[in-house]
Design a protein around this ligand. Structure first.
Ligand SMILES: *[C@@H]1O[C@H](CO)[C@@H](O)[C@H](O)[C@H]1NC(C)=O
Ligand SMILES: *[C@@H]1O[C@H](CO)[C@@H](O)[C@H](O)[C@H]1NC(C)=O
Ligand SMILES: *[C@@H]1O[C@H](CO)[C@@H](O)[C@H](O)[C@H]1NC(C)=O
Ligand SMILES: *[C@@H]1O[C@H](CO)[C@@H](O)[C@H](O)[C@H]1NC(C)=O
Length: 695
């Protein structure tokens, strides 16, 4: 039963042991894997003050093969050397330059008085177990010290051939007494030096045994060593050097697995060392193999994944110059002068030159500023002017006149060429009259431009436009158009060549006129007034009939002008007038009643008629009593013949003259009902004119 129970126990204990063993194996292997791997697994990154970066590393699995570093207590790094040599101290490691700086022992041998070498060392240490290092031929040289000494270095001889060296180099130095050697001078007296070729893999030296017998006092030993060129300077004391002395030497390292060049190395991804993005491979300059380098514009460690990082060049002005605006890019940077403001042939290396010097910028700015202000002022004035123009246009009845197609509306600019002082043909209280030509037909015109007019006269101009727009008659001066874009309208009339009846009768243009001509003028003038009084749709009173307002064309056709104080009876029922015409011709009844009627025009016409036959000037003043004398003569029944102008008095149309005289008297009657209608006057004058012409 017991055995049986044992049997039963056995199977249950066995699996337990298996499980424990398996667990231990798993843990062990796990520990092994963790220990083996490099950066991920807690590899030290420093030894003392020195950074240890891959491919270098401290501890198992922390470095690439051949790049192991030993960190001794106290933080002193050493190259892991062969078992039989002491580790070699490392004083510098550079990934970027692919260099390692180490302290190497010197080679030496000392003679006894029998001229026999009794103690020596060839200096060799095994720092290059895996062949990653070469002595830098550019940074180091060979120095030999002694007063009858010859030493050289060589690369490893080929097996079985004593002289199978690739190279063999050294130098000899001599001195007959201690006083010949000079500190700082290593040119053959007590010290010599020689460059070394690339490819040197160790520091072993070979001496020739030259006699020291006579020099034992001051130079008992030979010394030879590799040393950085700038790190050793000969001193006469070195003729008795401490044989334990170490010399600084720069080593070139490279990835030399299987002596691969870059092109070969890249083919095998599992061993290729340049694992970082943005890294490049460079063939080693010293020995076989290759080194890795971050691409231009990147920095860091190309031997680890993502080790190469972009350089922000803009933050390192000392190394990456830029005189313009700097912008970092992956692997490079942009440098541009501020656009439009400055330029440079090469902003990376040459300063940006402003396109405009500051002074010019200021000048341009100031001028620009003034220009803009001037422009704004100009536009404001232009708009104000335009607004004013429009206001005037509307005030002067423009919108109404626009619909009247027999009157042309001129723009200010249209009349500008005419309104020159050289063109003035008349001047008066009302304004100035200019002669000019207008339109494609070059029609001669008289332009009436008001000047310095008071408020009342302003209205006359507007009034005239409105009246004239309604009267079209061969005996009324034609208003061709006007310009409403000014405060007071400028009026453009047809040009009447001979001037006014006033001028022709009494003034500068005095012309001989026979009775027929005078009657013709009177009849045509009367016809125009009759037309105004009755033929137009609304009665228009002229209000200022006088010789000066009757113009004469070439063929003496009269044309009534100046409707400044005319009245539209239909509109203005009161037709009282604040402005009155020439007192000489003004109806005295009007003065009494203050009421202007068509008979007022008849009275004025009577005076004109009287002047026409007497060629004497009527006047309001008491001294000239033409009217009174004529009327007196007529009422007294005495002959009025004395009053008649001699030019027509001599004719045999006495009957006609008497008729005219009678008409004058009727017109001047103080009983307005006695005064004939204008139509009547016109008819009778036409009849008389025909008779005078003998028809
Ligand atoms: C160890 O490093 C190698 C390359 O150095 C890598 O391929 C491997 O995955 C790493 N192993 C671990 C466990 O991290
Ligand atoms: C010099 O050294 C050799 C070899 O060790 C020895 O035979 C010789 O006696 C020494 N001479 C003197 C003077 O010590
Ligand atoms: C110099 O002398 C030493 C010891 O006597 C000997 O081992 C060595 O081979 C000699 N060197 C040469 C180049 O003869
Ligand atoms: C790459 O290198 C590894 C290790 O040296 C080797 O085992 C493998 O065969 C190589 N692969 C190729 C394709 O050469």
């Amino acid at each position: 039963m017991i055995s049986k129970s044992n049997d039963e126990v056995m199977p249950s204990t066995t699996p337990l042991i298996v499980v424990v063993v398996l667990l231990l194996i798993t843990l062990a292997s796990g520990a092994l894997v963790a220990g083996q791997n490099s950066t991920a697994g807690g590899c030290p990154t420093k030894c003392g003050a020195m950074d240890i970066r891959y491919p270098f590393g401290i501890g198992d699995g922390c470095s690439r093969r051949g790049f192991e570093i030993v960190c001794e207590d106290g933080g002193v790094p050493f190259l892991a050397a062969g078992a039989d040599t002491k580790p070699i101290q490392v004083t510098g490691l550079s990934i970027e330059k692919a260099e390692a700086r180490v302290m190497l022992p010197i080679a030496w041998q000392c003679f006894n008085s029998s001229d026999v070498v009794y103690s020596s060392s060839n200096g060799m240490v095994q720092f290059n177990e895996h062949g990653v290092y070469r002595i830098s031929s550019t940074r180091n040289h060979l120095v030999v010290v002694g007063c009858n000494t010859m030493a050289f270095t060589q690369n490893q001889p080929n097996a079985g051939d004593d002289y199978g060296y690739d190279f063999f180099t050294g130098c000899t130095c001599y001195c007959s007494s201690r006083f010949h050697a000079t500190s700082g001078d290593c040119s053959g007296v007590g010290c010599c030096q020689v460059d070394i070729p690339a490819g040197l893999t160790d520091n072993s030296m070979v001496f020739y045994n030259l006699s020291h017998r006579s020099k034992l006092q001051f130079s008992p030993c030979d010394y030879a060593f590799l040393v950085e060129k700038e790190s050793y300077s000969f001193s006469t004391g070195d003729l008795r050097m401490n044989v334990d002395r170490k010399m600084p030497v720069t080593l070139d390292w490279a990835i030399r697995d299987g002596s691969l060049s870059c092109s070969h190395a890249k083919a095998n991804k599992s061993t290729y060392a340049c694992v970082s993005d943005n890294s490049d491979c460079l063939d080693s300059m010293n020995g076989p193999g290759y080194i890795c380098s971050c691409s231009t514009g990147y920095e860091g460690n190309p031997y680890v994944p993502n080790g190469c990082t972009d350089i922000n060049e803009c933050e390192r002005k000392d190394k990456y110059t830029c005189y313009g605006n700097c912008r970092n890019k992956p692997g490079s940077y942009d440098c541009r002068c501020p656009k439009g403001r400055s330029h440079s042939a090469d902003p990376y290396n040459e300063p940006c030159i402003p396109n405009f010097p500051l002074a010019a910028q200021i000048v341009v700015g100031v001028i620009g500023g003034f220009f803009i202000i001037a422009l704004v002022v100009f536009i404001t004035l232009l708009r104000r002017e335009k607004r004013k123009t429009k206001e005037f246009f509307e005030k002067n009845g423009g919108p109404i006149l626009e619909k009247v197609n027999n009157i042309k509306l001129f723009k200010k600019d249209d009349l500008k060429p005419i309104l020159k002082s050289g063109n003035i043909i008349g001047k008066g209280g009302f304004g100035e009259v200019y002669k000019g030509h207008i339109g494609e037909t070059n029609q001669p015109v008289a332009v009436k431009k008001p000047i310095n007019v008071n408020l009342a006269k302003k209205d006359q101009f507007a009034n005239e436009v409105i009246i004239q727009s309604r009267v079209i008659h061969k005996n009324i001066v034609k208003l061709i158009g006007c310009c409403l874009e000014v405060d007071i309208p400028i009026l453009v009339y047809e040009f009447i060549s001979k001037g006014s009846l006033e001028d022709v009768l009494h003034g500068s243009n005095r012309l001989p006129l026979n009775l027929a001509q005078r009657l013709h003028i009177a009849a045509q003038s009367a016809e125009a007034l009759a037309y105004m009084h009755s033929k137009t749709s609304t009665t228009i009173l002229h209000g200022d009939v006088k010789p000066a307002n009757i113009l004469l064309s070439d063929d003496l056709l009269p044309k009534i002008s100046d409707f400044g104080i005319s009245r539209l009876l239909a509109i203005d029922n009161e037709h009282t007038m604040s402005v009155i015409g020439d007192m000489t011709y003004m109806d005295p009844i009007y003065f009494q009643t203050g009421l202007l009627t068509d008979k007022s025009d008849v009275y004025s016409f009577g005076v004109v008629l009287l002047e026409l036959i007497t060629r004497k000037k009527a006047s309001h003043s008491d001294k000239n009593n033409l009217l009174k004398n004529f009327l007196d003569a007529y009422t007294n029944g005495t002959t009025v013949r004395d009053f008649i102008d001699e030019e027509i008095a001599a004719t045999n149309h006495l009957e006609l003259l008497a008729g005219i005289a009678g008409m004058v008297v009727q017109c001047l009657s103080l009983d307005v009902n006695q005064r004939p209608e204008m139509t009547d006057i016109a008819e009778r004058l036409h009849y008389m004119a025909k008779k005078a012409r003998g028809i």
